[in-house]
Write a protein that binds this ligand. Structure first.
Ligand code: ATP
Length: 346
């Protein structure tokens, strides 16, 4: 359907004071679900709007199917966008809302009604076609907005936090729907979110952004297991990766990889005492908070033990813990960038 590419893209605001996008290169492959993830203000929305043609870049290019579209208006780009605040026309029915863009484009009535039914069926909102937006739940409204974007048969879907108005439960089901729906229609999708759980669940690949730059791009498992720097390591994962300073390096390990020593039965392990000062139970997992010593500077860490690990551990106790050698990640303390493994020898 479409490959979307941006080349050395920059967007400055306020006379060059704000570098909202600061030299971004990325490609969304045909039919790919690419998620742009990053904290508030990192430039996600600006990047999406520039791809859509709603913002003109300061420099660099946007290409769709190898054609430079940088100077073209949004309607010439075969793109459909759904924003966080998807405004539906309140006095029109769901059906009238969905067909609106087709009507504006001059499509004959019969054809546009057929298309609206096709999109409504795909999104499971056929029984709602005669209702008005105020008679719908947030999730239903959002599906209407998607249907309205879909009937235009875009080559590219650009979605900007479209689930942010939904409550947690609805968000999860809407996320499932979005994913299966995208797989079904196979349209290249670029999806903006600051929610890492959403990003991990939806993306074929995730581009992690900070300060207008892409810090890392890759499949969710790669971003999680092999973060390129300490920003990615701590932005992804909840609780985030633990980082222990040692001789100009930071030794990183995920909370679920620090386990009571008796469980890590392998010579390739690094052991450390953990003085536990707090224990929390969260959805079946046990979170231990405390300070590790010996492997580097004394550092506060978090441990996440699944319910299958039944080792009794109480507050105030110091217990020996270990990380398997293959789970350790090393970063340069100054730059934060991923570095070569260091021999710890404990
Ligand atoms: P959020 O998750 O909060 O929506 P974001 O990652 O989408 O954030 P952007 O909206 O792209 O971030 O903004 C990136 C930076 O550019 C921010 O510092 C923002 O203040 C700035 N910015 C965005 N639009 C404008 C504008 N029209 N004029 C000046 N500065 C702007």
């Amino acid at each position: 359907m479409a490959v979307v590419e941006v080349r050395d893209l920059r967007k400055h605001f306020d006379g060059g004071e704000v570098h909202a996008i600061d030299g971004v290169d990325l490609t969304a492959a045909d039919r790919e679900y690419l998620v742009l993830l990053g904290p508030s203000g990192c430039g996600k929305t600006t990047l999406l709007r520039t791809i859509a043609g709603l913002e003109e870049p300061t420099s660099g290019d946007v290409l769709i199917d190898n054609e430079v579209v940088t100077g073209l208006p949004p309607r010439a780009r075969k793109i459909a966008m759904v924003f966080q605040s998807y405004a539906l026309y309140p006095h029109k029915t769901v059906l009238a809302n969905i067909v609106f863009p087709l009507r504006a484009a001059g499509m004959p009535t019969e054809q546009r009604v057929r298309k609206a039914h096709w999109a409504a069926d795909l999104l499971g909102i056929t029984p709602l076609l005669n209702r008005k937006p105020r008679q719908l739940s947030g999730g239903e409204r959002q599906r209407v907005a998607l249907a309205r974007a879909l009937v235009r048969e875009p080559h590219v879907f650009l979605l900007d936090e479209p689930l942010s108005n939904l409550d947690a439960k609805l968000r999860t089901s809407a996320r499932d729907e979005l994913k299966s729906f995208q797989a079904e229609i196979g349209v290249t999708t670029i999806y903006v979110t600051h929610d890492q759980v959403e990003a991990m669940g939806l993306g074929d690949r995730i581009a992690v952004l900070a300060d207008g730059k892409v810090r890392q791009i890759g499949p969710p498992v790669e971003i999680y297991d092999d973060p390129a720097d300490t920003f990615v390591a701590t932005f992804i994962g909840s609780p985030p990766m633990n980082l222990v300073p040692r001789d100009g390096h930071l030794v990183g390990f995920r909370p679920e990889h620090l386990l009571p020593v008796e469980i890590v039965r392998d010579d390739d392990r690094v052991t450390m005492p953990l003085a536990v000062d707090r224990v929390e139970y969260l959805s079946g997992d046990r979170h231990l908070y405390g300070t590790v010593t010996r492997i580097g500077e004394d550092t506060r860490v978090v441990v996440r033990l699944p319910s299958t690990v039944e080792t009794p551990i109480v507050v105030g106790e110091t217990h020996e813990f270990a990380v398997h050698g293959s789970r350790l990640r090393f970063f340069d303390k100054e730059s934060g960038l991923r570095g070569e493994p260091v021999r710890l020898g404990t």
